[in-house]
Ligand binder design. Structure first.
Ligand code: ZN
Length: 44
């Protein structure tokens, strides 16, 4: 599952990194990334 670092706003995949810690800046505050709502308007 992907998380976003609170400090550097980079996406962190915690499945690869078992530690709850940003590998980029070492920040320990990560929050779940909001699911992207993709509205595909293809009515043509
Ligand atoms: Zn970070």
């Amino acid at each position: 599952m992907e998380y976003v670092c609170f400090k550097c706003n980079k996406t962190v995949d915690l499945e690869k990194h078992s530690r709850v810690r940003c590998p980029f800046c070492g920040g320990k505050i990560l929050y779940k990334q909001k699911p992207e709502t993709v509205i595909n308007v293809d009515a043509k």
